[in-house]
Design a protein. Structure first.
Length: 372
């Protein structure tokens, strides 16, 4: 018999966070989160998302053994402001037992019905800066730190419980040697002159901070048209600045401004931390921090985390300016491979930006939905 219990204590929340460590023990491809950071994500006193969202966390037990987990999330900005009556769920992990996954999904479905929501969708996080999607292809490659990894059997559980595909994402990669500067070098000079643009370079994290709020504002503007978008509020900006910016080499943050110093384009690239996080195994101390700092300084693989162009400048080639900046930085640092985070399959604009680099899709993932 499967018993589902809501997590109500700090000890229970730690059990929730640590469950995948046993589920994926020995996996060459799963990348463990930093336990302390994961706990802070779920801490209602530390994560400002809880001012606009609520979440409940559940563990499934078979006898005394934990056999699954799920987070039930309602983002009220989405539900009330956008009128998208969605019951979100994420951090959904389970052994290969249909009764376990069924019990967990029925738990979040009942919460959705109690809130008079129309459908459930997952796996998703609280917002667009969280992880998304269950992996459907690419199980034999290591996961980046910014995505979920899962066993191949997960997909069968969604289908078994009458969930259907809602959104499809792909992740691609290309060797840096594929980048031919002639595809953007001349164009970016012309674009800068035509629109009176300039690029900003950073060498210290504190130099980035005065522009960080503007970057999140531009993120809201440039991604607003996507079907999955929920805006980032002012209070969330402060949280994300502390959570993300310190992880990023300042020279990997590129901004483009107009003649009035208005931000019209940005991109964030991160070193690939996957192997370092595997060595850390969820803990920053005593040695995890050292592995992460070493990767930050020396990694020859990078992940394109975010790129955003102001709607007025989309389709005007501003990405060529950004690519030129990265080309110079990556050449100097000897970068070998470039990876991209999950991108919606129907986001044609973003796919066109990368086409000259001959990217190869190496992972696919999906979210699933069920009408309530």
């Amino acid at each position: 018999m499967i018993i589902v219990k809501e997590v109500t204590t700090k000890k229970g929340l730690k059990t929730f966070v640590k469950f995948p460590f046993s589920l994926y023990k020995g996996s060459k491809y799963w990348v463990p989160p930093i336990i302390k950071q994961e706990l802070e994500t779920f801490n209602k006193d530390k994560n400002p998302i809880f001012k606009d969202a609520e979440a409940s966390f559940f563990l499934a037990y078979k006898g005394k053994e934990v056999v699954g987990r799920i987070a039930a999330i309602v983002n009220w900005l989405e539900v009330d402001k956008q009128q998208i009556k969605k019951m979100r769920f994420g951090w959904f992990d389970f052994i290969d037992d249909f009764e376990v996954s069924k019990a967990l999904l029925e738990t979040i479905e009942n919460i959705g019905r109690n809130h008079k929501l129309k459908y459930a969708e997952g796996p998703v996080g609280f917002s667009n800066l969280d992880k998304v999607g269950v992996m459907t292809e690419g199980f034999d490659s290591i996961a980046p730190m910014i995505t979920w990894y899962n066993h191949p059997y997960y997909v069968n559980h969604y289908k078994k419980h009458d969930y259907v595909i809602e959104k499809e994402y792909s992740e691609s990669k290309f060797p840096f040697k594929n980048v031919k500067p002639e595809t953007f070098k001349k164009a970016q000079e012309l674009i800068k002159r035509r629109y009176k643009l300039k690029s900003l370079k950073f060498s210290k994290t504190e130099e980035v901070m005065p522009y960080a709020d503007k970057m999140f504002d531009l993120f809201n503007e440039s991604y607003a048209s996507l079907s999955s978008f929920v805006e980032i509020t002012d209070i969330q900006k402060e949280y994300f600045k502390k959570k993300f910016i310190s992880f990023v080499n300042p020279e990997y943050i590129k901004f483009v401004v107009d003649e009035n110093d208005k931000l019209i384009g940005f991109a964030i690239v991160m070193p690939r931390f996957a192997e370092a996080l595997q060595k850390a195994n969820g803990k920053l101390f005593p040695f995890g921090f050292r592995h992460i700092l070493k990767a930050k300084k020396n990694s020859k693989d990078v992940i394109f985390y975010l790129i955003g162009i102001h709607p007025e400048y989309q389709n005007k080639g501003v990405h060529a300016v950004i690519f030129n900046e990265y080309y110079e930085t990556f050449t100097e640092k000897g970068i070998k491979n470039c990876y991209r985070t999950p991108e919606l399959e129907d986001n044609e604009a973003i796919h066109k930006i990368w086409k000259h680099f001959d990217p190869v899709v190496y992972k696919r993932r999906k979210t699933f939905r069920k009408d309530l």
